[in-house]
Ligand binder design. Structure first.
Ligand code: LLP
Length: 426
């Protein structure tokens, strides 16, 4: 469910974000530009929270995964509803704090936290550091003691389940770089309980992203339950269970993922009677359908060999997912023209063949100057953007009702060049 709809008007239909026609944003801000819907962000958060609470989970911490969409206005929108933040770098912690999310709702995860980042997290009172390896546990212990504090840690477990999905975003198999094995977690937990600089408070897992099947999650969560019970049997307390990222989302032509209610009910079932506080780290299910990438057609290039290239002003530096994961994004004309749909290869201007969003996509007829929207681009879109080919970093706009605000302006070329300096000998 999202708030990007075709609204019928005098000159035909036009795609809106809530009460704002996308063409108005394109006129005001230029293209390419990301557009986010406040109502959709809020709805996704509340539907998930209500489902989890409805399934009887005690006071769940929904720590939104900042990596999915790290714009401070997006974080503030969610933080105002009570969301926490799952962070993986000092930069993300700083963003969460800047958005008004208090340290006590921030989780710090990630496979390679530096000493400086750990110190920063502790100085700002993050709720929990998810420890991913034995040397990291010792590092956190040392840093916390140096700062005269005691870090609350969760041990990140790699439950060794096959979650399907793209190999580049699967994290829960034993040969992935994330976390420690179940038996290792038991040992580390017991060690941590004897360290002066850490207090083990829980266990965490995350098996991958864009998972559209509950079965692997259920298998992983069942293993986590067993782990909690074994650690408790040794006389240690386990207060928190962090179940990682959220559900996959429908990218238009894919199987419909389970609903938040199905997900919550499954968790309620698997963890029944465990008496524990839950944390979740959803990113995509909150942000993906809350954003589109708006682009303009530069030209249509029909090659005599038969291919029809739709060259647009967005490129792989603005939306990397198709080039990186062969990801599918629905592409919709903002003002669909009548006429026979045609197959297009939709490409950006970057000088490599990988800068192809899709091939042979059948779309309503399009002409130079038309606007198109890449749907479901609110997660891992702008957050993964770059300036490759010295293209300006893509701006972001947040819509609420009939208002919109530029929440990351497009830099100027002078801004871009001012960041660099010639070496003294040049
Ligand atoms: N927690 C941890 C420890 C994670 O590694 C991730 C995602 C999440 C939570 C959030 O997962 P989600 O709820 O969004 O599925 N760039 C890729 C996705 C990478 C996901 C990395 N980790 C993409 O565009 O598909």
């Amino acid at each position: 469910m999202n708030h990007f709809d075709l609204v019928e008007g005098e000159g035909g239909g036009e795609l809106y974000c809530e009460g704002v026609p996308l063409s108005r944003i394109a006129e005001a801000v230029g293209t390419p530009v990301y557009v986010y819907s406040t109502a959709t962000l809020e709805r996704h958060y509340t539907v998930l929270r209500d489902a989890l609470v409805g399934a009887g989970l005690k006071d769940p911490l929904i720590a939104y995964a900042v990596k999915a969409n790290s714009n401070v206005a997006v974080l503030r929108t969610l933080g105002n509803l009570g969301a926490g933040a799952d962070t993986v770098s000092e930069g993300e912690i700083r963003r969460a704090l800047a958005a008004g999310i208090p340290g006590e709702r921030i989780v710090f995860s990630g496979v390679g936290k530096t000493e400086g980042e750990i110190a920063f997290a502790l100085a700002h009172g993050v709720a929990e550091i998810n420890v991913e390896a034995e040397p990291e546990l010792h590092l956190v212990n040392r840093v916390a003691q140096r700062l005269g504090t005691r870090a609350e840690v969760a041990i990140r477990v790699n439950p060794d389940v096959e979650a399907g999905g793209h190999a580049k975003i699967s994290t829960g198999k034993a040969d992935n770089k994330f976390g420690v094995s179940l038996s290792e977690a038991e040992r580390l937990y017991a060690n941590a309980a004897n360290m002066a600089g850490v207090r083990p408070v829980g266990v965490a897992c995350h098996i991958g992203s864009q998972i559209t099947d509950l079965a692997p999650m259920e298998a992983a969560f069942g293993k986590m339950r067993g782990l909690v019970e074994r650690i408790r049997k040794e006389g240690l307390t386990v207060e928190r269970l962090d179940l990682g990222g959220g559900l996959g989302v429908p990218y238009f032509n894919q199987p419909t993922p389970p609903t938040p209610a199905d997900y919550a009910a499954m968790i309620g079932r698997v963890t029944q009677g465990l008496d524990i506080r839950f944390a979740f780290e959803p990113g995509r299910m909150i942000a993906a359908n809350a954003g589109v990438l708006l682009a303009r057609v530069i030209l249509v290039h029909e090659r005599p060999e038969g291919r029809r290239f739709l060259v647009i002003d967005a490129a792989m530096n603005d939306l990397l997912r198709p080039a990186m994961y062969d990801a599918y994004h629905d592409i919709r004309p903002v003002k669909p023209r009548p006429g026979e749909p045609l197959p297009y290869d939709v490409v950006g201007p970057i000088c490599e063949t990988g800068d192809t969003f899709t091939r042979d996509r059948v779309l309503p007829p399009l002409e130079a100057g038309d606007l198109v929207a890449f749907m479901t681009a609110g997660a891992y879109g702008a957050a993964m953007s770059s300036e490759y080919n010295s293209r300006l970093l893509v701006p972001e706009v947040l819509v609420k009702g009939d208002q919109f605000a530029v929440v990351r302006p497009r830099p100027t070329y002078d801004d871009m060049l001012a960041r660099e300096a010639p070496a003294p000998w040049l």
